[in-house]
Write a protein of this length. Structure first.
Ligand code: GLA
Length: 739
C-alpha cells in the first residue's frame, strides 16, 4: 500500500519506489511534517523525528511546557497569525474580523486513483491503480470551516500532488484571504534554489541561488504566469548535478498570479509554499459552499536534475496534457507571422502555402491579421470575423484551397482581448476589466476583456464557434498579449473585487474547456507574447505552447534548455525563422537554426517564397529528417548534457524508450581557435548495448559512450564535416543506433 496510516503513532507514510513523505497527527491535532526525502522502509513509529525543544523567547502552547511551540514545529498546514509566526498556509477573515486560523485533524480516507478538480486543470490517472489518494479533513472549530487536504501519490513516478478544498460549514460568510496549495517544512536549508526567470524574448532562463535566511520567492502579479518567473522552484543540494544528487521540484498547475517561496527561519528550517499569490486573492465563501485551490506538484529525485525533469515531462506530457494529440508526434507547420506579419492577401497566403506544401510542410497556420480591419495591432481584437478585403471569399474558401494543397489549416486567435477600435468595444464598453473612475493602462494598444463575467465568455465563445463550426480547421494558436492591470469589474460588487484575478483565469479555463470539448481534434497551442503563459495550467488545455517570440537559434538554446527543466519537448513550439533574425538581427546558418528547432514541435516562420533554391533543398531535407525522427525527439527521454548558461557550448540528447536509438545534438556558438581535445559523456543509453554512431566508424558500448563520451573537439569534427559550417554557430547531430 503506497499510503500507510499507523494508528498507534498516528503517522502517515506516503511512499513509492523513489521517496518517502511522512507526517503525523500530534496530540493537539496538528499535522507535523517528519520526513521528505529518499525512500525509507516503513515502520510503525517515526516519533524520534518529532522534535520538541526548549527555545528562549518561544511562545508555548502550554504554560507549563516550554518545549512545545508551534513556531518550531515543522507543519503540513500551518495556521496564520498564531504562534507559528511564519506565513500560514491559510488565512481566513471570520465574522469577528480577525484572520487567525487554526486547523486541527478531524478525519481521513485513503482511496485508489485521483480526484478531479472542478473547473481547474489537474493531473489525472487513466487507471485507478496508477495512484493513491489521501484526503485529510481538518477543521477550524471556531470558524466552523473545514479544509480537505488532497494528496495523490503516483505509483510509477516520483510525484506527489497536493491541493486544498476549503468548505464553509458555518452559518456566516467568511473570506479566504490566502490559501497555498502546498506547504512543506524541511529540517534544513542546505539547498540551492532554482528559478526559471526572464523577460519577453528571453523566457525561462535558469538561475541558481543558495538559500539564505529570510523570505525568498518568485511570483507573478500580472494576471498570467508571466515571462518573468515560472510557477516553479526546485531545491537542490549544492553537490547535485544533472546526473546525480538530490533535488526537489515544485510546480503549480495554474496560469494566474502565483507565488513560490522558501522561508528560512533562524533555526535553518525551510518552509516551502506554492500557490495563488495572496496579494491579489481573496474569496468570499458563502455558508455551505466550498473553494478548491489549484494543484501543486512535488517531484523528488536523488539522481540529479535530469531525472527530476524527466518525471515532470512524463507527468505533464502524459497525465496533464489531454486529447488526441497528447501521444502523437506533432505536425510540421509553417506560421505566417514573421513571413508577412499583417501584410497579406489571399493570393499571398496561397503562394506561401503552395511553397510550403512543396517543401513537405503539413500544416499552414494563418497568424494575426485575418479578421475584420486588422492591419495593425491598434484595431479589431474582439471582432472575430474574416476581413473582407484580405479574404474576399472568406475563411472557408481559403481553408479549402489550403487543404486542397494537401495541407492542414490553422488559425490565430486572441480571445481574451479587445481594442477600443472594434465593434465589440463599441457595443460593450463595460466588458473590459477596469476600475470605474480610475486611469486604465494600455498594453500593445489593447485591453483585457472581463472574463470574470460569464456573459463575456459566452459572447466570445459564440463568435469563435461561428468561425470554427464547419471550417476544416486542425490547429488553433490562442494568444494573450498583455498583462492585467487596474483590475476591476462592473459585474461584481465590492466584496468580490479581490477575487477577480482568480475568476479571470477560471473564465479562460472555461472557454478553453468549451472549445476542446466542441473541437476535440483541434491541436491547441497556447501563447502569450511568446512564452508569457508557458505554465502547467495551460498544458491541460493546449498540449503545446509557443516557447518564445525570440526565434534566434542562439537565444533559443538558453530558452529551450531552461524550459526543459519542467516541460516536455513535445510542448515546446519551435520554428526556424529567417536570417538575419527579426528579433536580434543576427545571421546564423540555416542548419544551426533547424538543429535547435528540431528539439520542439518544429516548423518554419518565414516566407518560403523568399528562400533560395539551395535553401529550399536544405529545408526539404530538414523536413524529411524531422518526419523520420520526430517521434523519438518529441516522445523520447530527454537529457541535458551541457548548459548554455555555463559557456559557449550546449549539448542535449534524446533516447527512445527502448534505448535502441538516440540523437545527440551539440552546439558551439562562437568559433574557438586551436582548442583542446574534448569529449562529451552521454546519458541514458543501455550500458550493455553496442551502438553505431552516424559519421563515426566502428561500434561503441553504451557504457563506453556514457563514461568516455563522444569526441566532439574540432580535429575530429573537421575530418568528417561533410562541408558543414565550421565557423561561428556550429551545430552537430549524431544518431546512435543499437546493433
Ligand atoms: C504575439 C505572438 C506572436 C504573434 C503575434 C501576432 O506576439 O507571440 O507569435 O502571433 O503576437 O500579433
Amino acid at each position: 500500500m503506497p499510503i500507510q496510516y499507523h494508528e498507534t503513532s498516528q503517522t502517515f507514510h506516503l511512499t513509492n519506489r523513489w521517496f518517502s513523505y511522512i507526517f503525523k497527527i500530534n496530540h493537539e491535532g496538528y499535522l507535523i511534517q517528519l520526513y521528505c526525502g529518499s525512500r525509507i522502509r516503513d515502520k510503525e513509529n517515526f516519533d524520534e523525528l518529532y522534535e520538541l525543544a526548549c527555545r528562549p523567547m518561544a511562545t508555548n502552547y502550554y504554560q507549563d511546557d516550554r518545549t512545545y511551540s508551534l513556531e518550531h514545529l515543522k507543519q503540513e498546514f500551518p495556521g496564520a497569525f498564531g504562534a507559528d509566526m511564519r506565513k500560514g498556509a491559510i488565512e481566513i477573515e471570520g465574522k469577528d474580523g480577525t484572520k487567525y486560523t487554526d486547523f486541527r485533524f478531524e478525519s481521513f480516507r485513503i482511496e485508489p486513483g485521483k480526484l478531479e478538480l472542478e473547473g481547474l486543470p489537474a493531473c489525472y490517472v487513466e487507471e485507478e491503480a496508477e495512484a493513491t489518494t489521501l484526503v485529510i479533513t481538518l477543521k477550524d472549530e471556531h470558524l466552523q470551516v473545514r479544509a480537505h487536504l488532497l494528496y495523490t501519490l503516483y505509483e510509477q513516478l516520483p510525484v506527489l500532488t497536493r491541493s486544498v478544498r476549503v468548505e464553509n460549514d458555518s452559518e456566516n460568510e467568511v473570506r479566504i484571504e490566502a490559501l497555498t496549495s502546498l506547504n512543506v517544512d524541511l529540517p534544513d536549508d542546505n539547498y540551492e534554489r532554482l528559478m526559471l526567470t526572464g523577460a519577453w524574448a528571453r523566457e525561462r532562463h535558469i538561475e541558481w541561488e543558495p538559500l539564505h535566511s529570510g523570505y525568498q520567492s518568485v511570483y507573478s502579479l500580472r494576471g498570467h504566469s508571466s515571462h518573468n518567473f515560472n510557477p516553479f522552484l526546485a531545491l537542490k543540494r549544492p553537490s547535485t548535478t544533472e546526473e546525480s544528487g538530490e533535488v526537489l521540484g515544485f510546480a503549480l498547475i495554474y496560469s494566474g498570479n502565483f507565488e513560490a517561496s522558501v522561508d528560512v527561519d533562524t533555526y535553518h528550517t525551510s518552509r516551502i509554499q506554492i500557490g495563488m499569490n495572496r496579494d491579489t486573492f481573496a474569496w468570499l465563501l458563502e455558508p455551505g459552499t466550498s473553494f478548491q485551490s489549484p494543484e501543486a506538484v512535488m517531484v523528488y529525485s536523488d539522481q540529479g536534475l535530469n531525472k527530476m525533469s524527466q518525471a515532470f515531462h512524463t507527468l505533464f506530457g502524459r497525465r496533464l496534457a489531454r486529447g488526441v494529440w497528447r501521444d502523437k508526434a506533432r505536425p510540421i507547420l509553417l506560421n505566417s507571422w514573421e513571413g508577412v506579419y499583417f501584410d497579406f492577401t489571399e493570393e499571398k497566403i496561397l503562394n506561401m502555402a503552395k511553397e510550403a506544401a512543396n517543401l513537405g510542410v503539413e500544416l499552414f497556420v494563418l497568424d494575426d491579421g485575418w479578421f475584420q480591419g486588422r492591419n495593425s495591432d491598434w484595431t479589431s481584437l474582439g471582432d472575430w470575423v474574416a476581413d473582407e478585403e484580405k479574404l474576399p471569399d472568406g475563411l472557408d474558401t481559403l481553408c479549402s484551397k489550403i487543404c486542397d494543397l494537401g495541407l492542414k489549416f490553422g488559425l490565430w486567435i486572441e480571445p481574451e482581448m479587445v481594442n477600443v477600435e472594434s465593434d465589440l468595444y463599441r457595443a460593450h464598453p463595460d466588458w473590459r476589466l477596469e476600475i470605474a473612475g480610475r486611469h486604465i493602462s494600455a498594453g500593445r494598444h489593447q485591453y483585457v476583456l472581463d472574463f470574470t463575467n460569464p456573459a463575456v465568455v459566452d459572447a466570445v465563445a459564440k463568435m469563435l464557434f461561428k468561425v470554427f463550426d464547419g471550417l476544416n480547421i486542425s490547429y488553433v494558436k490562442w494568444d494573450m498579449n498583455r498583462s492585467l492591470t487596474e483590475v476591476g469589474s462592473t459585474y461584481w460588487n465590492a466584496s468580490h473585487q479581490q477575487s477577480l484575478y482568480h475568476r479571470f483565469i477560471l473564465g479562460v479555463y472555461d472557454l478553453y474547456e468549451r472549445l476542446i470539448e466542441r473541437y476535440p481534434n483541434i491541436l491547441f497551442e497556447s501563447c502569450a507574447s511568446g512564452g508569457g503563459r508557458f505554465d502547467p495550467g495551460m498544458m491541460y488545455y493546449a498540449p503545446q505552447a509557443w516557447t518564445s517570440d525570440d526565434t534566434d537559434g542562439v537565444e533559443r538554446l538558453k530558452i529551450q534548455y531552461g524550459t526543459s527543466m519542467l516541460y516536455p519537448i513535445s510542448s515546446m513550439g519551435s520554428h526556424v525563422s529567417a536570417s538575419p533574425n527579426h528579433q536580434l538581427h543576427r545571421n546564423t546558418p540555416l542548419e544551426f537554426r533547424a538543429d535547435v528547432a528540431y528539439f520542439g514541435t518544429f516548423g518554419y516562420e518565414l516566407n518560403p517564397a523568399s528562400l533560395s533554391d539551395e535553401e529550399k533543398v536544405l529545408v526539404k531535407e530538414q523536413i524529411r529528417f524531422m518526419k523520420e525522427y520526430r517521434e523519438l525527439i518529441q516522445l523520447g527521454t530527454f537529457y541535458r548534457l551541457k548548459s548554455p548558461f555555463e559557456g559557449n557550448e550546449t549539448a542535449w540528447m534524446v533516447v527512445s524508450q527502448d534505448r535502441k536509438i538516440a540523437i545527440v545534438a551539440y552546439y558551439r556558438v562562437i568559433q574557438e581557435i586551436n582548442t583542446a581535445y574534448r569529449r562529451l559523456p552521454l546519458q541514458g543509453l543501455d550500458p550493455e548495448q553496442t551502438y553505431t554512431v552516424s559519421d563515426r566508424d566502428g561500434m561503441f558500448y553504451g557504457d563506453e559512450l556514457e563514461k568516455i563520451g563522444l569526441i566532439i573537439s574540432d580535429s575530429s569534427a573537421s575530418e568528417n564535416n561533410d562541408g558543414k559550417n565550421e565557423g561561428d554557430f556550429l551545430s552537430r547531430m549524431w544518431i546512435l543506433k543499437a546493433v
